[in-house]
Design a protein around this ligand. Sequence first.
Ligand code: CLF
Ligand code: SF4
Length: 283
Amino acid sequence: MKLDNPLVIADIIDQHPCFSEIASHRFGRIHLPVAPKCNIQCNYCERKYDCVNESRPGVTSKVISPQEAVGRVKEVIEKFPNIRVVGIAGPGDPLFNEETFETFRLIKDSFPYLHQCMSTNGLLLPEKVESAKQLGVDTMTVTLNAVDPSIGAKIYSFIHYWGKKLEGVEAAEVLLNNQLAGIKMAVKEGIVVKVNTVMIPTINDNHIIEVAKKIKGLGVYMQNIMPLIPLFKFAHLSTPSPTDRKRLQGECAKIIKQMTHCRQCRADAVGLLGKDMSTQLFG
Ligand code: CLF
Ligand code: SF4
């Protein structure tokens, strides 16, 4: 089903706890940690933990198989019938793991009424977006931290792409081109797209307004400006102050809708956004 009907899109948003703050009080999501590998290196990410582009920093989720994931969804929706969204958000990059697609296939067969959501760094988006859509993904988050490769080069150490390791501006350029092309394709397919942008003081904080302008032009639904958690190569930087982040969100809100209720949840989170049940349920 192509999701270009505004009524279908409104219905998806109304039931999605991340895309609608009102929905977040009523409906929950379950994350399935089936995707361990990543194909890039963000300078704020220690890979022994979950992908911090969409997850709580410092948390390590236990990876499960696609078959185990289906069993988990069955168990969880029996206890929490308010679950509306199944998301794959790591612990690595979902598009770089075949298990993501196998999981979506199984979920679509067993639970066709649940919405499917995923997050990605966007490197493989142009080549994978169509399969994701065909498997039922109707909402997607792409992390986009810069729309200028010279700034991107400060944020990413390297990317692995088609058997090659690329670094510096070259890596940032390939990543950016794929993110922008992939977002455009996703929007064209009728997928509702959110962009996560990590606010990194002294690196991209003065540039995020340009990111907001760019994604607005691409038809992205909303932006989520997340605070840097200083780790790995950015351990020496500070997290932005709440006042600075709020000010930036206010500026960007003039351009594109802002998400302000993100809980930076785990790659295995379950339930309402503010009440994660994953540790009680699965240890
Ligand atoms: Fe998960 Fe992300 Fe889908 Fe939501 S989370 S893949 S859009 S179902 Fe939501 Fe969690 Fe924030 Fe993500 S609160 S970290 S924005
Ligand atoms: Fe880490 Fe996610 Fe970046 Fe991969 S995309 S390096 S998992 S933050």
